[in-house]
Design a protein around this ligand. Structure first.
Ligand code: SAH
Length: 219
């Protein structure tokens, strides 16, 4: 996929993305596929023009409706974990937001399903994805905590909003060899990985993180 012509920032943003990739390497991201995609996806088109100069900083940024675009390092890390799944056919993302993580996933998985509870964000992401010419994605305005049973099983399920307790019901939608990657907690949050193995579900606790909360119902 060539995103180069979008967004008007041209070479400047290509150079800035190269610096982002260097920083991700220093932070411990190793997977060449992840680094390559992060070096291509134009993060600046996902944020308001007024803050687009900050688009490649390693921070979360506001995207309206009180929500944020995740920090690049966290997007890279979750994507690297996702690629550890046995198959890369179907991934479900909970919390589309502006669609940045969604686009990263579309470059590495056959089909991406993504659910967002805020209508305005879901519509914005839909427009942006079509502008970027991305078609291997199905967006839904809905409550992601139930998952998407009719499309299950998924090779990967990624939650980009934090729940106070691990989301039991999503495990039923995880394929054998599949991976669930999710932040858990309220004030103190931690990233976790659950792998669906022949022997059952195996949970690994990863690092401290800070995500917006998973909320019920539609907005
Ligand atoms: N994936 C985004 C991160 C967006 S922030 C990125 O690439 O930057 C997390 C998003 O989860 C917010 O937009 C929020 O509205 C959404 N969210 C919170 N609870 C949800 C739920 N129950 N179902 C679907 N989306 C939810």
């Amino acid at each position: 996929m060539n995103f180069a012509e979008l967004g008007g920032a041209g070479m400047t943003s290509a150079r800035t993305r190269a610096r982002l990739v260097d920083r991700l390497k220093q932070q411990g991201i190793r997977d060449a596929r992840v680094l390559s995609v992060m070096g291509e996806v134009p993060r600046h088109v996902f944020v308001d023009e007024a803050i687009s100069h900050k688009a490649y900083d390693d921070t979360a940024l506001p995207i309206g409706f009180g929500q944020t675009i995740s920090q690049p390092y966290i997007v890279a890390q979750m994507t690297e974990l996702a690629l550890g799944a046995a198959k890369h056919e179907k991934v479900l993302e909970i919390g589309t937001g502006c669609g940045y993580q969604t686009v990263v996933l579309t470059q590495l998985f056959k089909t991406v399903y993504s659910i967002e509870r805020i209508g305005g964000l879901s519509r914005g992401a839909r427009e942006l994805l079509s502008r970027l010419g991305i078609y291997n994605v199905r967006l839904r305005h809905g409550d992601g905590s139930k998952g998407m049973a009719e499309q299950a099983p998924f090779d990967v399920i990624i939650m980009t909003a934090a729940a106070p307790i691990p989301p039991e019901n999503l495990l039923e939608q995880l394929a054998l060899g599949g991976r669930l990657i999710f932040p858990v907690g309220t004030d103190e949050q931690e990233l976790r990985l659950i792998e669906h193995t022949e022997a059952g579900f195996v949970e690994t606790r990863l690092e401290k993180v800070k995500f917006v909360p998973l909320l019920p119902g539609l907005a």
